[in-house]
Write a protein that binds this ligand. Structure first.
Ligand SMILES: NC(=O)C1=CN([C@@H]2O[C@H](COP(=O)(O)OP(=O)(O)OC[C@H]3O[C@@H](n4cnc5c(N)ncnc54)[C@H](O)[C@@H]3O)[C@@H](O)[C@H]2O)C=CC1
Ligand SMILES: N[C@@H](CC=O)C(=O)O
Length: 816
């Protein structure tokens, strides 16, 4: 005997029922079949709302029932081609709907819908669908007997969620089997009856359960649950696009996953087949060729140890806390007894070993009742201040990892916590049974999508990690960065398993945001011009609200207001990558705060390009200090612009023209005066000193500017004019150095807690002398490099190299 169950979508229309018939006909070739069907998709909901409308005096229930009637008549017409077959079923359908209307009229008259009446009302869905399927089969020459599940399955009288009476059911099934000759029975799912013959139901989704009960009672060789997806998936596909079917799974794992929200299977279904060791398949009616999922005793181990992820929402935590609980036996018994009296289902339990609190998870809808019964139960202890009143917390969800093999693998929870922690997902409670088959975490409902995706990547996608970028300032450097990202996207997927998606690009006028899948990195300039404006705080809020996993904010502006966004973003575990130097060179306290926030919220604040553009200057310094070395002295040329200017200025061309060339080639700051007056270099040596462990402020950096003060009055155009006016000054500086065979270098120095920047004449043979083009050089003198310094040298400015430094920081942030 095989038991096949088809869900609501599988029998939602005549066309779908044809598919069901084809599958059943094929199965019959292998032996007798019990076919269990759900109501036509949407019917149960329609019946419930019609019943509720009737109970509340709303006559719209009549129209709803007329619509249901029409739908069933249409299905009958489509399924039964012959006039005779239709003539046979139509009076029966009419009689059913007459009964249904009478029942609803009764509800309307009484103004009350009891659980018992609701069960009766709902039962029509499956009664109608199963009869239609029998008629359709018979019309195609397939002999089928209709088996009324109310005469096969005995339950108690707990209406809407009746409990199975196993022994009586087995007897009823055996009796029916003894008197039935057909090889195919068609039974309505979901419904049963109590000892008095009242119709009961087995809980929403209960048709799966019906099939499992019948399979167990008949000792079937297999149970097939036919639905609209190709088996149980590694995660809810509405949340995780890359979720994939699980080929084989144990009963226990299937039970855990279905209990924790995997809607494909009604949780109680597993128990009856598990008891008898009956293999259960989950198959897709619309893709019968797909393998589906086989639920069995001992499936092969899953490669990634974790078999699946699931989640349930609408959860509340109830926290019972107080010193009066410590070491006193019986508290939990009283808590659970009180909840049970109010028929409140406890979804999860945790208790700390201090015994100072017990925390239980319940459905949010049960919170008021729970609060009332628990506070009443513990009224005396609360009054005596030995317990606090029950504290409910709502807006939560459970995300669970499921897998039989987890118990043999240390480190699974470590990976779970670390993946969630890096993404700013706060875990409110944790539960793990001694079987270690399920690790459940309670998190904010708003974090579920992110958490499930992060965990899916961690445990199932050895292949890709999605990283979501928000890029501010697609100018000189930002534009190059976007080209590099576009060019490298495929390589990163193939070689580093990183799926870098640019979710938003913003400049000072527009903000372009992608809906799904990331922005097209070839057409963004035109799209950005048409995009609406968004203020910086609004952009920050958007990033927070999107709540995407592995989010990175990339600041490629020179804007102080942009730097103000780092703190709120880091506090939400959004990584910050900046070539903007404002934040790292602002007040020491705020620089520290940002670094601390990154540590506290398990994320990264990276600004390697703040010094030496794409050169590994800050990274090298960090490697030195991390390994215990102490930086005693630094000497450096840190301005690409000034090095370029002094390398190219010899009096044959005006100084202003050489500066303009540096700007045109993309070496200067957006405001070139910051380079020329030494501020940019001062910021850089300040950042290096801080990274070396010194608590310095910008005002501590001595800046001996070579620029006449009048050059800084007015705007950038005035600055260039004034440079021209002071040509003799620059010529004199050059001549003084050249006459001694020396070169001009704008040098940054740090020693003994003191930092300074200024123009120096450098003699041949000096470490700073041979420094071409726009190059930078940093000499680190440390305890381990006391005389011969550790040298970092190379191109220190330019959009391309800076963009590649930012890119490298993005990869660091992404891999955490
Ligand atoms: N050019 C270089 O060699 C290096 C540059 N940097 C840094 O790179 C940063 C960018 O430099 P460039 O690309 O040359 O500048 P840029 O002026 O070409 O680009 C800046 C971009 O920021 C945008 N922006 C400015 N204020 C904004 C706001 N409030 N909101 C949104 N967008 C805003 C502008 O619209 C523009 O798209 C600067 O902080 C600079 O210090 C760092 C290392 C080397
Ligand atoms: N304007 C800067 C660019 C890098 O920080 C420079 O010239 O060095």
């Amino acid at each position: 005997m095989q038991v096949l169950k088809f869900g609501g979508t599988s029998v939602a229309s005549a066309e779908n029922i044809e598919k069901v018939i084809a599958i059943v006909t094929r199965a019959l070739a292998h032996g007798p079949v019990v076919l269990v069907v759900s109501a036509l998709g949407g019917t149960t909901d329609a019946l419930i709302s019609a019943g509720r409308a009737a109970a509340s005096g709303d006559e719209s229930f009549r129209q709803a029932l007329r619509q249901l009637e029409a739908r069933h008549f249409t299905a009958a017409e489509q399924l039964l081609p012959s006039f005779e077959a239709q003539a046979e079923i139509q009076p029966w359908l009419t009689a059913q709907f007459t009964e249904l209307v009478l029942l609803a009229d009764g509800i309307f008259a009484l103004g009350e819908l009891s659980p018992r009446t609701l069960d009766r009302l709902m039962s029509y869905g499956e009664l109608l669908s199963s009869r239609l399927v029998v008629a359709a089969l018979q019309a195609r020459g397939v002999a089928a007997a209709w088996a009324d599940s109310r005469q096969l399955i005995r339950t108690n009288s707990r209406f809407s969620m009746a409990l199975l009476e196993e022994v009586a059911t087995e007897q009823l099934v055996a009796d029916f089997q003894a008197k039935t000759t057909e090889n195919l029975w068609v039974a309505p799912g979901f419904i049963a009856a109590d000892a008095e013959g009242h119709t009961t139901t087995l809980g929403r989704g209960g048709s799966d359960y019906t099939a499992a009960i019948l399979a167990a009672a008949l000792g079937a060789e297999k149970l097939e649950i036919w639905t609209d997806v190709s088996g149980m998936l590694t995660a809810d596909p509405r949340l995780v696009r890359s979720a994939r079917p699980i080929a084989r799974i144990s009963y226990e794992e299937a039970m855990e996953l279905s209990h924790f929200g995997a809607k494909v299977l009604y949780a109680p279904t597993v128990q009856p087949v598990r008891q008898r060791g009956i293999p259960m398949w989950i198959k897709n009616t619309f893709a019968p060729q797909d393998y589906g999922t086989l639920v069995e005793v001992a499936p092969p181990p899953s490669i990634g140890v974790v078999r699946g992820l699931s989640s349930i929402g609408n959860l509340a935590l109830l926290n019972l806390e107080g010193s009066g609980m410590v070491g006193v036996p019986g508290f939990s018994a009283r808590l659970f007894a009180a909840l049970a009296r109010a028929r409140i289902n406890v979804v999860l339990i945790t208790q700390s070993s201090s015994e100072h609190s017990i925390c239980v998870g319940v459905n949010e809808g049960d919170v008021p009742a729970a609060q009332a019964v628990v506070d009443e139960e513990f009224a005396a202890e609360i009054a005596a201040d030995r317990l606090e009143p029950l504290r409910p917390e709502t807006g939560l969800a459970i995300v669970a990892l499921v897998g039989d093999m987890m118990r043999n693998h240390p480190g699974i929870s470590g990976r779970l916590f670390s993946a969630l922690g890096h993404n700013g997902v706060n875990i409110r409670a944790i539960a793990q049974g001694a079987s270690e088959r399920n690790i459940s975490t309670v998190i904010r409902a708003a974090d579920v999508r992110k958490a499930i995706n992060v965990l899916h990547e961690e445990f199932f996608e050895a292949t890709y990690k999605q990283v979501n970028l928000f890029i501010l300032g697609p100018g000189n450097v930002g534009g190059k960065l976007l080209s590099q990202l576009a060019q490298q996207q495929e390589y990163l997927r193939d070689k580093l398993a990183l799926d870098l998606r640019v979710v938003a690009i913003a400049n000072s006028r527009h903000c372009l945001v992608s809906d799904e899948g990331g922005l097209d990195l070839t057409t963004w300039p035109e799209a950005l011009d048409k995009a609406p404006a968004l203020s910086l705080p609004e952009l920050t809020q958007l990033i927070i609200d999107k709540n995407l996993r592995n989010s990175v904010f990339v600041d490629v502006t020179a804007n102080p207001a942009a730097a103000d966004q780092y703190a709120p973003l880091l506090a939400k575990s959004v990584a910050v990558v900046a070539c903007n130097k404002v934040a790292a060179s602002a007040a020491y306290a705020s620089y520290r705060q940002l670094k601390q926030l990154a540590r506290d919220f398990n994320t990264k604040y990276l600004f390697e390009t703040n010094v030496g553009a794409g050169l590994p200057v800050i990274g090298t310094l960090a490697d030195l200090t991390r390994s215990g070395d102490v930086v005693r002295r630094m000497q450096a040329v840190l301005s690409g612009t000034l090095n370029f200017v002094f390398n190219n200025y010899d009096g044959t061309r005006p100084f202003a023209e050489v500066v303009a060339q540096a700007q045109a080639e993309g070496y200067t700051e957006p405001d070139p005066r910051l380079d020329l007056n030494g501020s940019d270099v001062a910021r850089k040596i300040l950042i290096l000193a801080r990274e070396a462990g010194q608590q310095l402020e910008m005002s501590d950096v001595a800046n001996e500017s070579f620029l006449p003060a009048s050059c800084l009055e007015g705007d950038v155009a005035a600055f260039y004019k004034e440079l021209a006016v002071h040509e003799p000054h620059f010529r004199a500086l050059y001549d003084a150095a050249a006459s001694q065979g020396k070169r001009l270098k704008f040098v940054a120095q740090y020693a003994d807690g003191q930092a300074s920047v200024g123009l120096q004449q450098i003699a041949p043979g000096h470490d700073l002398y041979e420094l071409r083009g726009k190059d930078n050089v940093v000499l680190f003198y440390t305890d381990r490099y006391p005389e011969q310094p550790l040298v970092v040298k190379g191109a220190g400015a330019g959009a391309e190299v800076t963009a590649s430094g930012v890119f490298a920081d993005i990869i660091r942030a992404a891999r955490l």
